[in-house]
Design a protein around this ligand. Structure first.
Ligand code: LHQ
Length: 256
């Protein structure tokens, strides 16, 4: 259910159940977790791209899967499949791009939004579909949405469950970019190659510091920045970055 392709230092993971809009079964969730985990361990991977096969990105949980039949404990599924996958994604040691090629609904929408950079095709859309079947946003949606777009927009999106077109998602700051459909693959490929050539550790510490800063005051954030800067200041990539700048040459980063 999951396709993996390598191009240089970029690993592309494609959710591949197009007949049911790449919706999640426990098999797909497990495969995604394992692929992310293997990429995290593989020092030759410097950027991960997540996308969907066919016309959709991901329609969230496969509602036909017996594992989520009404009157069964769906909390169990969250605890054992969604939670580890989402935490694995969010703690990747490399930047992760979501290439949202089509509709992203429910857990599929919040999976995309949990990535570091979200690039969506103009025909794509985001749907907080949960309320329409009597559930609340999961995959970190309750944490991320109000922080990303503010409480008013977040509640409107989550309560109404309307389709949010990619262009509007870009306008309200929910995603990085909306691009023409024909340009999605090219734009994401270029972006991934660019990120893969950058100082990986600095990029990942930036994500972690942003997340950590949600729970601290300014003084706490300054302390954290100081500790990180101190650590990175001793690392190879800083030395290389400064040397390359001084010599007016292209840097060659390698820390991960
Ligand atoms: C699907 C699905 C799908 C199965 C399309 N399942 N077949 C976590 C843990 C535990 C429990 C529950 O939830 C969660 C988190 C969640 O993700 S909850 C939210 C679950 N997702 C949804 O409610 C979205 C359901 N899908 C839709 O609303 C529509 O399919 C969207 C708006 C995504 C796309 O609409 P269309 O472009 O009109 O496509 P379609 O509806 O015709 O779908 C195409 C096929 O895919 C169709 O099958 P068919 O045999 O008729 O061709 C759908 O049944 C199937 N499909 N989503 N989630």
């Amino acid at each position: 259910p999951l396709r993996q392709e390598r191009a240089g230092a970029v690993l592309t993971l494609t959710l591949d159940r197009p007949a049911v809009l790449n919706s999640f079964t426990t098999d797909l969730l497990r495969a995604l977790f394992l692929a992310l985990d293997a990429a995290a361990e593989d020092a030759s991977v410097r950027c991960v791209v997540l996308t969907g096969a066919g016309r959709a990105f991901c329609a969230g949980q496969d509602l036909a899967d017996p594992a989520v039949a009404p009157q069964s404990d769906i909390g169990h599924l969250l605890a054992h499949f969604y939670r580890p996958m989402l935490l694995r994604l969010r703690s990747m040691p490399v930047p992760v791009i979501a290439a949202v090629n089509g509709v992203a609904a429910g857990a599929g929408a919040n999976l995309a939004l949990a990535c570091d950079l979200v690039v969506a095709a103009r025909s794509a859309s985001f749907i907080q579909a949960f309320s329409k079947i009597g559930l609340v946003p999961d995959c970190g949606g309750t944490w991320l949405l109000p922080r990303a777009v503010g409480r008013a927009k977040a509640l409107g999106l989550a309560m109404l469950g309307d389709r949010l077109p990619a262009q509007e998602a870009e306008r309200i700051g929910l995603i990085w970019r909306c691009v023409d459909d024909a340009e999605l693959a090219g734009e994401v490929g270029a972006l991934a190659a660019r990120l893969a050539a950058m100082p990986t550790r600095a990029l990942v510490e930036t994500r972690r510091a942003f997340d950590a800063a949600q729970q601290t005051d300014l003084a706490g954030a300054l302390d954290h920045e100081q500790a990180l800067q101190r650590e990175l200041g001793f690392a190879h990539d800083y030395q290389e970055g400064v040397a390359a700048f001084m010599a007016r040459r292209a840097p060659s980063f390698s820390d991960r």
